[in-house]
Ligand binder design. Structure first.
Ligand code: 5GP
Length: 184
C-alpha cells in the first residue's frame, strides 16, 4: 500500500521508502562492523518490527539468527505504564549470546527498558537495541539504543509496520495520520 492510495487519511509523509532503505543500509554496515566475528541474535518485537527486520537483515553481510518476542504493555489508553506482559517468548536460549533487539519506535521507552532488563537477567553476553524511530520522550530514558534510524517529532505515525487499530502496517512509507481518522 502506498500513501497515494490514501489521499484522505494521510496528512503528510514523514519518511519515504528510499529514506528508510538508505538508513537501514547505513545501520547494517555499522552492525556488520561492530559484531564482526561474533554470533549475533536479532530479537524482533512483534508486530511492529516485522518490516524493519525483514529489510534490515537483507542489508547485512554477516550471518545472523532471528527470533521474536511479543509483549503487551499495561497502561491507560495510549500511555504505556512500563508494566509488561510477555505474550510470546523467545524460542532460543540467549545465555552467552550477543542480542540486538529490533524495535519499530521508542516513545516513552518504558517497554524497552523493561525488555532490556528482562533479557539481561537471562545471561546474554550483551544486549543492545536498534530502533528505527525515536520520539523526544525516549531520549530521557536511562536505557539508550545503540542504533537509531531517525529521531522524529512527537506525532503519531503509521506505516512500515506501525499501526493504528491494526491498519496501515502495510503502508510503504512512514506517515502522519489525518486527525479525521481518529475522529471516527
Ligand atoms: P513505549 O516506548 O512508550 O513503551 O512504547 C512504544 C510502543 O508504543 C511502540 O512499540 C508502539 O507500539 C507504540 N507507539 C508509540 N508511538 C507510536 C506512534 O507514533 N505510532 C504507532 N503506530 N505506535 C506508537
Amino acid at each position: 500500500m502506498d500513501v497515494d492510495h490514501l489521499p484522505t487519511e494521510i496528512s503528510s509523509v514523514l519518511l519515504t521508502e528510499e529514506q528508510i532503505q538508505e538508513r537501514l543500509e547505513q545501520i547494517a554496515t555499522e552492525v556488520d562492523a561492530d559484531y564482526q566475528g561474533r554470533d549475533l541474535l536479532l530479537v524482533g518485537i512483534l508486530k511492529g518490527a516485522t518490516l524493519v527486520m525483514a529489510d534490515f537483515v537483507r542489508h547485512l553481510k554477516s550471518h545472523v539468527q532471528m527470533d521474536w518476542m511479543a509483549v503487551s504493555s499495561y497502561g491507560s489508553g495510549t500511555q504505556s505504564s512500563g508494566v509488561v506482559r510477555i505474550l510470546k517468548d523467545l524460542d532460543a536460549d540467549i545465555s552467552g549470546r550477543h542480542v540486538l533487539v529490533v524495535e519499530d519506535i521508542l516513545d516513552t521507552g518504558l517497554t524497552l527498558s523493561w525488555l532490556v532488563r528482562n533479557l539481561s537477567t537471562r545471561g546474554a553476553a550483551s544486549v543492545e537495541v536498534f530502533t528505527l524511530l525515536r520520539k523526544p520522550e525516549a531520549v530521557k530514558m536511562p536505557v539508550s539504543p545503540r542504533y537509531v534510524g531517525f529521531d522524529i517529532p512527537e506525532v503519531f505515525v503509521v506505516g512500515y509496520g506501525l499501526d493504528y487499530a491494526e491498519r496501515y502496517r502495510n503502508l510503504r512509507q512512514i506517515a502522519v495520520l489525518d486527525p479525521r481518522v481518529y475522529g471516527g
